[in-house]
Design a protein around this ligand. Structure first.
Ligand code: SAH
Ligand code: SF4
Length: 373
């Protein structure tokens, strides 16, 4: 039997509707119904043209992926969804719900309930091979289809009110460009209606993709995993830097910023003795002088006992931050410890629990803390 495609595979659904002469204006109402009734069958959706039902049922499924398990962190801030794709592979998505009571609402709960950020995966594994990254050690397994990317939002929306989406889960989003663009267009349209400025794509720096990103997806936030201020150090920790040299990357980013007029987020993972010295902070400050950026310093989350890297001390991180802020006037934040459990753990779950052992293991896991190795 041919495999059914996700009804959230927008291009496929549109093409099939087009061939069958069905008006594509019905598509958002199909998505809305599935979003509100994730367990439904497609022939239950009301008010579609009669020719749509046999087509939908023979070629599509409401959801092709399933939530295998949900792990809640002890502080209740994060929930990690382990999602099983139609082909049996696993990816993860993480929901982060910030405590808005402490923030701008003066101790009162936020009107309309808490808002969450969803961290999404774009690939199974990743071919970029960054030396500090768990997903990188898996190698590349597969690209997610656009529908599989959107389905992560559908699953997460059942658990939380998702306001922001970040592509910081497994994989390099710009290496799965067509599916990424298609998925984001679905997310920003009806019925999801996420504002593009609430969507952030994080990339290691795929230059040819950055060059067309703004015209394909205007208004989006771009985060760049820079991690080193000079080519030599970057090559040491990120093999892909050879194919995408720093100088060319910065030229592409300058053009992106000129076109988009938006600030760029710079991610910088702090590795003890590798990229966290005073000189690196000055080099980074100079490199970013002509840009509007926010630098996010990320405490390295050790990926098992094989890791060749150590986490920078808090003092080193704060000195680094002080130089960027004080000498170069660059907005610089430090990712909270909480982040180590979520984005830092990118790919970790899947790597640690291979498919075969998974069934027996999951029953035991009640909390994200239990995953520590
Ligand atoms: N491929 C994209 C997006 C996924 S990685 C990219 O690299 O930007 C998302 C973020 O998680 C990146 O900034 C990456 O540097 C960070 N990350 C990966 N491994 C980590 C680790 N062991 N500790 C902390 N952050 C890590
Ligand atoms: Fe891939 Fe990003 Fe991990 Fe590098 S950090 S291996 S680009 S997922």
């Amino acid at each position: 039997m041919a495999t059914h495609r996700s009804v959230f595979d927008a291009a496929e659904l549109r093409a099939q509707f087009n061939d069958a002469g069905i008006n594509p204006q019905f598509i958002p109402s199909i998505w809305k119904y599935v979003l509100q009734n994730p367990g439904c069958e497609l022939d239950e959706i009301p008010d579609l043209p009669s020719s749509a039902y046999p087509l939908l049922c023979s070629k599509f499924k409401p959801l092709t992926s399933t939530v295998h398990s949900v792990l809640h962190s002890t502080d209740g801030v994060t929930a990690k969804l382990l999602i099983r794709l139609q082909n049996g592979a696993f990816v993860e998505a993480v929901i982060m719900t910030y405590d808005t009571r402490l923030g701008k609402y003066g101790g009162k709960p936020r009107p309309g309930g808490p808002r969450s950020t969803l961290c999404i995966s774009s690939q199974v594994g990743c071919k970029m091979g960054c030396k500090f990254c768990a997903t990188g050690t898996m190698g590349f397994k597969d690209n997610l289809r656009s529908g599989e990317i959107v389905e992560q939002l559908v699953h997460a929306s059942r658990l939380s009110n998702i306001r922001n989406v970040v592509f910081m889960g497994m994989g390099e989003p710009l290496n799965n460009y067509t599916a990424l663009v298609e998925a984001i267009r679905v997310m920003t349209g009806s019925p999801f209606q996420l504002s593009p400025k609430r969507i952030t794509v994080s990339t290691v720096g795929i230059i040819h993709a950055i060059n067309k990103l703004h015209s394909d997806l205007p208004g989006l936030n771009l985060a760049v995993s820079l991690h080193a201020p000079v080519q030599e150090v970057r090559c040491q920790i990120m093999p892909s830097a050879r194919a995408f040299p720093l100088e060319k990357l910065m030229t592409a980013l300058q053009a992106y910023q000129n076109n988009s007029q938006k600030k760029i987020f710079i991610e910088y993972i702090m590795l003890d003795g590798v990229n966290d010295e005073e000189q690196h902070a000055h080099q980074l400050g100079k490199l970013l002088e002509t840009f509007q950026v926010v630098v996010n310093l990320i405490p390295f989350n050790p990926i098992g006992s094989f890791s060749q890297f150590r986490t920078s001390s808090e003092q080193k991180v704060s000195e680094f931050q002080k130089i960027l802020r004080g000498t170069y006037n660059i907005r610089t934040t430090v990712r909270k410890q909480m982040g180590q459990d979520i984005s830092g753990a990118c790919g970790q779950l899947v790597v640690n629990l291979p498919d075969k052992r998974y069934g027996e293991k999951t029953g035991l896991i009640t909390d994200i803390e239990d995953l520590r190795i």
